[in-house]
Ligand binder design. Structure first.
Ligand code: C5P
Length: 208
């Protein structure tokens, strides 16, 4: 069973994907971490995130086991990720890795922006998680504050809108719900309620 979970920043897609993987006992890949790690590697190399040669090289030499979870979780890494993610050669470099993960025996849950549309267009279950932009910005802002990172709410909201715009307007694999995705709006849902709603969607869609 392949479950594709897409949606914008702080929509709840990561939490939902993780919970689904646990519930069904299958593997989970947070594909955003690949773009974040690529962005951080480009920065470490002192290159411009918009330099496609440098970004592609970083994506191709990515070591999944060596991703530094702390470094990739900053607001800055998220912004740089959305810049490298807009480049077709970076997306191509990460495509096979994601498809190989999805085809592992037993199935997998992948979350990202283009899982249902590009990476796993034949996934039997596709969920597109959304929430109001201000609510999403506030969630991410609280998460970063709790980790001791200082960013104002206004800056977080501006970054949220900037990343939404870049992700939806890029030419290659823009963020959008697949035609056969089920929409799940988490704006007024608790985490438990959102996970329960996602499980219900899977139960209704999973192959017999
Ligand atoms: O999900 P997360 O916020 O970690 O993703 C960081 C960035 O990586 C996104 O803003 C998006 O530009 C990019 N991304 C993508 N396609 C994916 C996953 C993430 O373009 N499947």
């Amino acid at each position: 069973m392949i479950i594709a979970v897409d949606g914008p920043l702080a929509s709840g897609k990561g939490t939902i994907a993780k919970a689904l993987a646990q519930h069904y006992g299958i593997a989970h890949l947070d594909t955003g971490s690949l773009y974040r790690a690529t962005g951080v590697a480009v920065m470490d190399a002192g290159a411009d995130p918009l330099d496609e040669d440098a970004a592609e090289a970083a994506a191709r030499s990515l070591d999944l086991d060596a991703i530094d979870e702390t470094r990739i979780r900053t607001a800055e890494a998220g912004l740089i990720a959305s810049k490298v993610a807009a480049q077709p050669r970076v997306r191509q470099a990460l495509l096979e890795l994601q498809r190989a993960f999805a085809s592992r025996p037993g199935g997998a849950v992948l979350d990202g922006r283009d899982i249902g549309t590009v990476i796993c267009p034949d996934a039997p279950v596709k969920i597109y998680v959304t929430a109001d932009a201000e609510i999403r910005a506030r969630r991410r802002w609280k998460e970063l504050e709790a980790k001791g990172q200082t960013i104002s709410f206004e800056d977080m909201l501006a970054q949220t809108l900037e990343r939404d715009a870049r992700d939806t307007q890029r030419a290659d694999s823009p963020m959008r719900p697949a035609d056969d995705a089920v929409l799940l709006d988490t704006s007024s849902l608790s985490i438990d309620a959102a996970v329960a709603a996602a499980i219900e969607i899977v139960e209704n869609r999973r192959p017999a």
